[in-house]
Design a protein. Sequence first.
Length: 332
Amino acid sequence: MALDPSIRNQLTLPAVCAPMTAVSGPELVAEACKAGLIGALPPQNAKRLDEFKGWMVQISEELKRHRDLHPNDRIGPLAINLSSRKSPADQIADMEVCAQYGVTIFITAMGDPTETAKRVHDYGGVIWHDVTSLKHAEKAMSAGVDGMTCIGSGGGGHSGTLTHLVLVPKVREMFKGTIIMAGAVSTGAVIRAGEILGADLAYLGTRMIATKEARVDPRYSQMLADDTSKDLIYTPKVSGVPANWMRSSLKLRGLDPETMTPSKGVGDYSHLPQGVTPWRDIWSGGQGIDLIHDVPTVAELVKRLRKEYVAACEIPDMADAARLVDEVMSAG
C-alpha cells in the first residue's frame, strides 16, 4: 500500500467521495469529510471563482465547527479536482485559493496530466489522475502522477471496460504510488475488496449521488435507488466519451438511447435538445445501483459502509484456513 499515513490516519474508511460534475457541492463534501472520508470538490461546479472561494469558506467553517464539537472525531482531508479544460492560469487561480486552506491533494481526469502534475508538485501537493485502461496508466506514470484512480468496468460516468480484477492488481504491479479503485463501489465489503486487490482507497461516486446532501434533482437520486444495471446504457453518444447513462434519464429528455444522433466528440452537445447538457440534465450511474436501495444522509451511509467494511475485515485469514484444510486432509 502506498497511501501517506498522515492521510490514512484521518480516515474512518479508506474511501473518497468522488468529485462529480453538477453533483458535488460544499454540503456533500463537508459531510463526507466530517464522516471521515476524503471529500473531493470540483471548482468548476461553481459559476465563478468568487463562488468557489465562498464554498471553501463554507466547508472550512463547517469542519471547524464539527472539530470543536467533536474533538476526537476523525475528519477526512479535502481534495480538489483540477479541470483539464481550464487554462493554466485558471488552474493556478484555483490552487491559490486551495493554498489558503491547506489543500494538498489534487485530482485530475481526462487529458494529459503532465503539465498539471508539474504545477501541483511545484505547489507542494500530490496529484491523482483518472485512468480507464492500462495504456492510460502507463501514460499517467510517464506524466509523473502520485496516484491513479483506476476506473474499472461498470463505473458511472466515464468508465473503462477492463474489470477491476485485472486493472487494479496490474497497475499495482507497475506503480508504487497511491491507487484508488473506482467503479461500482456501493458497499463496505467492496471497499475492502479493493484493498485486497492492491488499492489504497476506493472511489464512491454513484453511491454518493444517492444521498440527501448531493446537489441533484430528487428524481435522479430516486432513480438510482429504483433502477438496476439493466437500465444503463454504455455509450459515447451522449458526451463523446464512453460512459454509463441511465435510460430513464435519456427518456425524460425525449431521447431514445438506441437511435439518438451521436456526439461529434468530447464536449459537443449540439446533438442534444437545446439547453440540455450531460450530467446536469442527462444522468449517469454505475452498475453499483443494483446495491443501492435508499437515499440516506452521508453520515448514515458512512456508518453503514463502515459496519460492512469491518465485517469484511473480520473474515478468517485465508492462510489459516488453508492450513486447517491441510490438517483435515492429512488426518483423513
